[in-house]
Design a protein around this ligand. Structure first.
Ligand code: SAH
Ligand code: TYD
Ligand code: ZN
Length: 411
């Protein structure tokens, strides 16, 4: 289902795509590698455009999904305690919802290590996860979650409908924005969702990305940058209706979209209110997009200037959190091991390898606590509260955090 790279029309409506930001040659953001793998490293051009017809913000080039979501895809959703709580709350919300029937069936797209479905399973409720990445799917299975190691799309969704009946809830967190083939997703939802069921998904919000200049949300896996307006238009196009939107504070600011079959529910007031606020803010107007691109360049210049000055002063600078987001920062800003010594990360699968493109060594967090640097560049800024609380001793010992969202500062 992947189309050739180099799209110049909107992936949803075929309208004209206007490019507004070029982040250059970039590697696969979650492909950590050994020294020996460097010569064969994959690169593509990371650029973003907005559709003049439906307003969908999206990448100009599509990376083939098999390159990103492989057997050893390293991202584990359970790595943050805040996210574990968020997903447990989400699961309980579904189980208590009016649209869950007496014997509910909950399907998740991108179930990863089972962080959400684990709670559904513990409640003894029927469920199924779709997760193409083999190792994280296996982690979920070990905690008793039912997983199909597959991409969710029209044919696989239809198979599940035939074998297991309709789903009351189809949920996806930080996954629908990863999927260029949105039409196949909606057709799959159409095949699988019960008449009164809900398709609920949450993803980083373009409104927050613009407001915070969080350009590191832009990388190969994040193909779409949704707004309530663009999701409403896409839902309508495929026979559905956006019936609710909710702001979430996780991952730097997200929107949760609730979608029903056309006419199956009355849209909440929040839908029209959010769409109107987006219109008033001009979230996808040429002016806003130009200003965003200029803000991105300013953050890059400020960050590189700060890191060069610290190097000249002989300070030790490391980074914290080998996030997918940080691939965009390190490669766009040209951060190498001369500016940033290494990155620490709790994910065993990333440790001992090099970061994509920039090739910074990834080390375990113990490295950080056994010899505190002068400065730590917080790549996992979306988990700032959790990490800063855990690393209070670093701060007490005189260490300083470097942040670059919404602008570059030392705290
Ligand atoms: N839902 C989790 C994981 C997000 S990472 C969370 O919010 O933390 C995105 C996940 O989607 C990855 O595990 C990836 O393997 C999976 N994925 C990508 N394309 C998919 C598709 N078409 N169907 C199901 N899962 C998909
Ligand atoms: P995250 O920001 O959730 O996502 P992405 O990779 O999509 O940008 O990634 C968080 C990374 O930070 C993950 O590799 C785990 C790591 N991490 C730590 O090392 N320590 C922590 O305390 C937390 C919360 C995360
Ligand atoms: Zn469009």
């Amino acid at each position: 289902m992947t189309t050739p790279v180099g799209e110049t029309t909107c992936r949803v409506c075929r309208g004209p795509l206007g490019e507004f930001l070029d982040l250059g040659r970039q590697p696969l953001s979650d492909r950590f590698l050994t020294e020996r793998e460097i010569p064969g490293e994959f690169f593509y051009r990371l650029a973003v455009g907005a559709c003049a017809s439906c307003g969908m913000v999206q990448l100009m080039e599509e990376v083939p999904r098999e390159l990103m979501f492989r057997e050893d895809y390293p991202y584990h959703s359970s790595g943050s305690s805040v996210m574990r709580e968020h997903f447990a709350r989400t699961a309980h919300g579904f189980l208590e919802s009016a649209y869950a029937g007496p014997d509910p069936f909950v399907v998740e797209i991108g179930s990863n290590d089972g962080v959400m479905l684990g709670a559904v399973r513990d409640a003894g409720v029927r469920h199924l996860g779709f997760e193409p990445s083999g190792k994280v799917a296996e982690v979920a299975r070990r905690r008793g979650v039912r997983v199909r190691t597959d991409f969710f799309e029209e044919p696989t969704a239809s198979e599940v409908r035939a074998a297991e009946g309709p789903a009351d809830v189809i949920y996806a967190a930080n996954t629908i924005c990863h999927i260029p083939y949105l039409e196949s997703i909606f057709r799959g939802v159409d095949a699988l969702l019960a008449p009164g069921g809900r398709f609920v998904f949450e993803d980083p919000y373009w409104g927050d990305i613009v407001e915070k200049t969080s350009f590191d949300q832009i990388y190969d896996e994040h193909f779409y940058f949704f707004t309530a307006s663009s999701v409403r238009a896409a839902a309508e196009r495929f026979g559905f209706e956006l019936v609710d939107v909710e702001r979430l504070s996780v991952h730097g600011g997200e929107l949760r979209y609730t979608i029903a079959r056309r006419g199956a529910a009355t849209p909440a007031a929040a839908v029209a209110e959010t769409v109107e606020r987006e219109r008033a803010r001009g979230l996808t107007t040429p002016d806003t997009l130009r200003r965003f691109a200029a803000d991105v360049e300013r953050v890059r210049d400020d960050l590189t200037a700060l890191l060069r000055r610290l190097r000249e002063e002989g300070r030790r600078v490391v980074a914290y959190g080998a996030t997918a987001k940080s691939a965009t920062v390190t490669n766009f800003c040209g951060l190498d091991s001369g500016l940033v010594e290494w990155v620490c990360d709790t994910t065993p699968q990333k440790q001992g390898l090099l970061t994509p493109g920039a090739h910074l060594p990834v080390v375990p967090p113990e490295r950080f606590s056994t010899s505190y640097p002068d400065y730590a560049l917080l790549f996992a800024w979306n988990h700032a509260e959790e990490i800063m609380a855990k690393e209070q001793e670093f701060r007490d010992a005189g260490g300083r955090w470097i942040l670059y969202v919404p602008d570059v500062r030392v705290v």
